[in-house]
Every structure is written in structure tokens, then in C-alpha cells.
Write a protein that binds this ligand. Structure first.
Ligand SMILES: [Cu+2]
Length: 411
């Protein structure tokens, strides 16, 4: 007897990544040898070290979820659907550090092992709390994507320049645009190493590890950062300049900079129009807590720290969405009311630059990077995301909206 287990309805190894939200799965008999009746009972559970990620199972996306799932499979190979999701608070640390095990009862009541498939509970984590192995994979993926200035990272740096300021900032599309931007970059990094997610820098807490030579670099007196001999970011190059210009205006060892705290940010208001004031504080203040490239829009994306900073901005939005139940664009308070006077790119149905390739009508005269990177198993947000595609990021309104990322501390 043999079984095929599809995770995210795919047989591809690079589709074997799950978050806190339900992943659709299938199982079917591929070799019926030994099955005596028309059907066979099969039991699914999780295997792997205690330190690995943990998942739970359900028959339907809405649950109930449990540690095991009993199914009845037809000998003739009909697929049976089920769902899995990561158990909140128990993400993976390493690639495919757990397995789904399938056991079948060919001679009841005993069950015997038939098949297993490795997978990873992959979520975005606090940059200051990554294991050294997780940290090294992140910086290696960034370095490879930049490829000493010759890689595709240049497009991402060029997407975030002064000429694009009003596509990305000052209006309601600020948070949705940057969510798509992070996701695009994250998918590119995952094409290099599928175990990687963008870590977030909690700029309201001390984060001493990040600003060290073995991570994003230690700031020197000359305004640049230095790296350890083994750190691949030592070759970081943008705009034909090697190195990263960054001087913190706070003590990276003992204190955060001074932007609004997380609690105050979440308390800005339960309607989006109030919450998006966070573009100024804490977001803007986090940027200007340094001198160097990250302090101004034209140059900020030259520094990989930019993406760690914006990941926390996005996480704050995600946390606010969870707190106030603001995933559904049909809920008016989830977004600013549609205003026909809004600039294109800042209304819910608008496609966003540069992924839409539009270079006229007030858009910048260039559109680097092309379409948004695809996923091996997610259809959302599509190659030309609209503002409205960026809200239901875990598919809690509709599973088809799932963007395929979660935060370690946001349910
Ligand atoms: Cu920005």
C-alpha cells in the first residue's frame, strides 16, 4: 500500500510551508496492495522533534482542529480533502523540521506507517530572537539576492525612491503598498531559500543582536557599518557603492529609539483613518532614529534594515487588524472611505505601481521589477495587486485571499 499526501494541494516540495491559517491538503491511495475491502482507515498525526514546528488537522478549514485526524480512504484512489495549520506559538526553526505521518489499518485494530511528508511552520519572527542558524539563512538570502549589486535587489531599491513617494506614502495606500512590497521581496528570498521569512525589528524594544557584526552590521564612527569576516553582507552594494551607511542616534545595546510604543500605536483608534497616523509615528521616527541611508525615502531601501523596520510596521497593522477585526474590506473601518479624489493607487480597487507597469497619468516614468513574485502555492495577491488584495492576509475572510505569511505573535 502507498499514499500520496499533498500539502497546499500540491506535490511540490516548495509548497510544504504553512502558517497559522488553514492550508488545504489532499490524500489518496496510490498503491492499494494489501487493502482488502473497498476502503481503508487512515490516521494522520505530526511527527518530529519537540523543537520542531507543530501542526493540527481538521476536515474543514473552519475546524475543529486536533492533533490527529482519522480518515477513510477509498481503495480506488479518490482524493480526500483535509486542512492543516500551525499551532500558534509553535513555529518551526528549521526547514521542514516536522512531518505529517499517515498510518493505515490494514489489519485492524493495528495501524502501520505508510507515508510521511516533511513540512515547515514558516512565520515571520522577531529579528532579535532568531537562532543563529535562522539569522544566517536570512542574511545569506539577502546577500545572494543583492549579488554584490548585480542582483534583482536593485529593482527593490529602485521601487522606493523619491519619484515614487506619492505612490507609497502620505495616503491610505501606505500600509497596503508596503505589505505588497515586503511580500514581493520575501517571495524572492524564498526562491533562494524557502525556509526564510523577513524578520521584524521591534523598534520600541532594545534589539542589541541586530546591530552586531554577525547580523546587520555594527555602526562605526565613520558612518558606515562593519561586518564579521564570515558575514556575506560585507559585499552589500547598491547604486554602485559597497557598504551600508548607518549611524544610530540611540544606544543599540541597551535602548530602543524613541518612537511611539506598540500599545500606544494600537490605541491610535479602531478605524483605519486614525490608525494610519502611524505612518508618522512610530514609522517615520523609526526611520529618522538613524543618520545614513535609512533616514530618507530616496535611499532607505539601500539598507536591508529597511525591510526589518517595515516588517514591524506591517506587523503592527496586522496586530491592529486582529485586535479590531479589520480584515474585511466590506467593513468601512478597515480602510479609509473610498474617496474619488484619492490619488490612483490609494483606493481599494486600484492596482498599485510598479507592479501594474503604469508609467503615465501621474505615475513615475519608470516601473522597476515587473509583476509581483508568484508563490509555488498561493494565488493571491496576483501579479498586479490591488489595494484591496492586501487586507485579508491570512485568508480569514476568504481562504483564497491568503497571502501566505503570519507573524509569530499575531494570531
Ligand atoms: Cu516607504
Amino acid at each position: 500500500m502507498n499514499l500520496e499526501i499533498q500539502i497546499n494541494n500540491s506535490t511540490l516540495p516548495n509548497a510544504r510551508y504553512v502558517t497559522w491559517s488553514p492550508s488545504p491538503c489532499r490524500i489518496r491511495v496510490t498503491d492499494p496492495t494489501g487493502i482488502t475491502g473497498a476502503t481503508v482507515p487512515v490516521r494522520l498525526d505530526r511527527q518530529g522533534p519537540a523543537t520542531g514546528g507543530v501542526i493540527e488537522f481538521a476536515n474543514t478549514a473552519g475546524g475543529p482542529y486536533s492533533a490527529t485526524l482519522n480518515l477513510t480512504l477509498a481503495k480506488i484512489g479518490t482524493s480526500v480533502n483535509f486542512f492543516i495549520r500551525g499551532v500558534f506559538g509553535k513555529p518551526s526553526s528549521n526547514d521542514r523540521d516536522l512531518q505529517i505521518r499517515a498510518r493505515a489499518s490494514l489489519a485492524p485494530p493495528a495501524f502501520q506507517n505508510i507515508a510521511s511528508v516533511p513540512l515547515m511552520v514558516r512565520v515571520r519572527k522577531n529579528a532579535n530572537k532568531l537562532s543563529s542558524a535562522e539569522r544566517d539563512r536570512v542574511i545569506a538570502a539577502f546577500a545572494q539576492f543583492n549579488n554584490q549589486g548585480m542582483g534583482r535587489f536593485a529593482d527593490f531599491r529602485d521601487m522606493h525612491v523619491d519619484a515614487a513617494d506619492f505612490e507609497e506614502h502620505h495616503r491610505a495606500g501606505f500600509l497596503p503598498w508596503h505589505r505588497a512590497y515586503l511580500l514581493d521581496l520575501e517571495r524572492e528570498l524564498q526562491a533562494i531559500d524557502p525556509s526564510v521569512t523577513i524578520p521584524y525589528w521591534r523598534f520600541d524594544q532594545p534589539a542589541p543582536k541586530i546591530f552586531k557584526e554577525d547580523y546587520l552590521g555594527k555602526s562605526d564612527n565613520n558612518g558606515t557599518v562593519s561586518f564579521s569576516a564570515t558575514n556575506p553582507l560585507q559585499f552589500w552594494t547598491t547604486d554602485n557603492v559597497t557598504g551600508i551607511s548607518r549611524t544610530p542616534l540611540f544606544n543599540t545595546n541597551s535602548a530602543p529609539p524613541n518612537p511611539m510604543s506598540e500599545n500606544s500605536t494600537l490605541a491610535l483608534g479602531a478605524d483605519f483613518a486614525s490608525f494610519r497616523d502611524m505612518e508618522g509615528d512610530p514609522h517615520g521616527l523609526a526611520h529618522t532614529s538613524f543618520s545614513g541611508s535609512i533616514m530618507s525615502k530616496q535611499t532607505a531601501a539601500r539598507d536591508p534594515l529597511f525591510f526589518f523596520l517595515h516588517c514591524n510596521v506591517d506587523r503592527l497593522w496586522a496586530k491592529w487588524q486582529r485586535t479590531n477585526s479589520r480584515f474585511d474590506i466590506a467593513t468601512p473601518a478597515s480602510f479609509d472611505p473610498v474617496n474619488p479624489g484619492n490619488k490612483a493607487g490609494h483606493n481599494l480597487p486600484d492596482t498599485m505601481w510598479p507592479w501594474n507597469g503604469i508609467t503615465n497619468g501621474g505615475r513615475p516614468p519608470f516601473a522597476p521589477g515587473g509583476a509581483l513574485a508568484g508563490s509555488p502555492f498561493m494565488s493571491a495577491p496576483g501579479p498586479q495587486p490591488r489595494v484591496q488584495d492586501c487586507f485579508d492576509y491570512q485568508g480569514s475572510v476568504n481562504l483564497l485571499n491568503n497571502l501566505g505569511f503570519s507573524y509569530d505573535d499575531v494570531r
